[in-house]
Ligand binder design. Structure first.
Ligand SMILES: *[C@@H]1O[C@H](CO)[C@@H](O)[C@H](O)[C@H]1NC(C)=O
Ligand SMILES: *[C@@H]1O[C@H](CO)[C@@H](O)[C@H](O)[C@H]1NC(C)=O
Ligand SMILES: *[C@@H]1O[C@H](CO)[C@@H](O)[C@H](O)[C@H]1NC(C)=O
Length: 147
């Protein structure tokens, strides 16, 4: 496993990390329970995402619903205002196996392009998988955009 891996178990909406207190937070996962989140690169929080590269996100979750279709939705929260982060492909079923049955353990993997036009600021990234208007999973992670 990548040494810059962040491995966090989310429990009752609070991030509980074994070694250090990593502020990845559940922001209202409804149709699933997150069991692990892996962000690369992320040697420390905020995760340094370099412009012109791709940040990789892996989320493991256990589904509480049947899911046949879902959308990936990513925002950067800047001064309290959510700004959409464009993805190459919003169809979350291209990043995990669909259809999903209740109780399925699902691995979701996606890349977030860090565009050269982004300002080099710290931003709270809000990552959601949405199905039928409800959050399958939702988490936030602080990210530092670097040049
Ligand atoms: C997610 O699940 C897969 C398959 O079970 C496993 O190989 C991987 O290590 C898990 N990821 C994390 C971050 O625990
Ligand atoms: C993200 O994933 C892509 C495709 O698998 C890979 O080429 C790239 O090196 C990864 N980036 C990081 C920072 O792990
Ligand atoms: C997407 O999933 C919802 C909930 O399961 C379902 O009601 C809807 O018909 C599905 N839409 C498509 C295009 O499959």
């Amino acid at each position: 496993m990548n040494p810059s891996t962040v491995l966090t178990v989310l429990c009752l909406g609070l991030a509980v990390a074994a070694a250090e207190n990593i502020p990845i937070k559940d922001c209202g996962s409804k149709l699933a329970t997150i069991t692990a989140i892996d962000i690369s690169p992320c040697p420390q929080i905020p995760c340094p995402f370099k412009r012109g590269t791709t940040g990789n996100i892996t989320v493991n979750f256990t589904s509480k619903a049947e899911i046949t279709n879902a959308t990936s939705v990513v925002h950067g929260i800047i001064a309290g205002v959510p700004v959409p982060f464009p993805l190459k492909d919003k169809n979350a079923c291209h990043n995990m196996k669909c259809p999903i049955q209740i109780g399925d353990k699902v691995v979701y993997k996606n890349g977030v392009p860090v565009l050269k036009s982004y300002p080099t600021i710290e931003v709270l990234v809000k990552y959601e998988i949405v199905s039928a208007g409800q959050d399958v999973i939702c988490f936030t992670v602080p990210v530092q955009i670097t040049a």
